[in-house]
Design a binder for this molecule. Structure first.
Ligand code: ADP
Length: 382
């Protein structure tokens, strides 16, 4: 961790004041996810390598222009009024920079950012203790905020709205509620599933901002910046190859860069050229669109066994021996986003683009032929 981060970011997991590393964020499918080189969720290797690569200020934060513009105005205005910033909800797929943005906001405001995640706030006293320990204008960052339980949410409502904490003293008929004032603070919530947030919670955020997948040119700039920070020699074309295969996601771009570096070190005298990057990524099974072997198998089965679809998700899962949740959470989002797969009321269909990519003909898929081809990163609604 950089000095700056050490001084400004407090990582906590409970209200007892102990500072412990943030527990790895684990979704039900995180175990498989962490084994995929193109998984957008943080793997252990990312947690070690990422902190030093995080942009620290708004000016270093690449892409997400609309988000940065909104945040710059809100931050400047809050600073001018000498008030805490409004509560912010950041949503979008994993690995796009939500945690990073929360830290950038803290740095721009010149305040400490306390980082935690909803699964670490299981008991009411975890969140109550945390809120009670906040200093004026501090930023509290809650990752995976859609996973907060009801009790925790209910404690959060008055805290967000009136900056007060309702504490129940005693039990049963003698129970009394005492209202304790809190300093004005900013809550930044992050979620990959905006739709899973309860509406009372969502309504309490003043700024709700979505993060989009990055264009390859922006990812290329991110790869070049990371390479410089890591002391890796990367040619512009080498960075472009990594960027194109990184599924619009900075976390994946940085991970692929680390893998390509190893290959370049062994076979290209440490220089990441386009050739080195292509060889390394081909070797890892990450193809020019960023698909891995399972992505391709899924599309291949749809095209060769089901004429491109429509095919039900259960049938598909059985055909490639995966479970439905794994397909829905891990494989489908990127295939949808890149216009290779589409959802219809009658099931999933492989698009003509998928056929072209795999060199297969979509002979009689009824839905497939009628589909238009969105751009590489179409950013469908979450
Ligand atoms: P999320 O919280 O959305 O899962 P993170 O904020 O942890 O994503 O970002 C993952 C990594 O991607 C960070 O460590 C950082 O190195 C990189 N990253 C994310 N956004 C950007 C950006 N806009 N510019 C440069 N690097 C970024």
């Amino acid at each position: 961790m950089l000095d700056w981060e050490r001084s400004r970011v407090t990582i906590i997991s409970s209200s007892d004041g102990s500072e412990v590393p943030r527990p790895p964020v684990r979704s039900p499918v995180a175990v498989q996810a962490s084994e995929r080189v193109v998984a957008p969720e943080a793997a252990v290797e990312d947690q070690v390598g990422e902190p030093g690569l995080r942009p620290r200020r708004l000016a270093d934060y690449m892409g997400q222009t609309a988000l940065k513009t909104v945040m710059q105005v809100a931050i400047d205005a809050a600073l001018q009024r000498n008030e805490a910033l409004d509560h912010v909800l950041l949503y979008g797929p994993p690995g796009l920079g939500k945690t990073t943005m929360a830290q950038v906001i803290g740095a721009e405001l010149g305040v400490t950012v306390r980082i935690t995640s909803a699964p670490a706030l299981e008991r009411p006293r975890d969140i109550a203790g945390l809120l009670a320990s906040l200093a004026p204008s501090e930023v509290l960052f809650i990752d995976e905020i859609h996973r907060l339980n009801r009790l925790a949410e209910e404690i959060l409502y008055p805290a967000m709205e009136d900056f007060s904490l309702d504490i129940t003293i005693g039990k049963g008929t003698t129970a009394r509620v005492r209202r304790v004032p809190l300093p004005r603070f900013t809550l930044i919530g992050a979620t990959t599933r905006a739709g899973a947030l309860s509406s009372p919670l969502r309504d309490r955020f003043g700024l709700i901002q979505r993060l989009n997948y990055y264009e390859p040119e922006v990812l290329q700039a991110i790869v070049l910046r990371s390479a410089e920070l890591m002391g890796i020699v990367v040619e512009a074309e080498g960075a472009a190859v990594i960027a194109r295969r990184a599924r619009g996601t900075p976390r994946i771009a940085n991970r692929l860069l680390r893998r390509v570096r190893d290959w370049a070190q062994l076979h290209h005298e440490g220089r990441v050229s386009a050739e080195a990057a292509n060889e390394a990524l081909d070797g890892l099974g990450v193809d020019p669109l960023g698909l891995d072997a399972t992505d391709r198998e899924l599309l291949r089965v749809m095209i060769t066994q089901y004429h491109g679809g429509p095919v039900g998700i259960e049938t598909l899962a059985a055909a490639i021996s995966e479970d439905v949740t794994t397909i829905e959470d891990l494989y489908e989002p990127f295939l949808l986003q890149s216009g290779l797969l589409a959802r219809t009321p009658r099931g999933r269909v492989a698009t003509p683009r998928a056929g072209v990519h795999l060199g297969l003909t979509l002979d009689s898929g009824p839905g497939a032929h009628q589909l238009s081809l969105p751009g590489q990163f179409g950013n469908p609604p979450t």
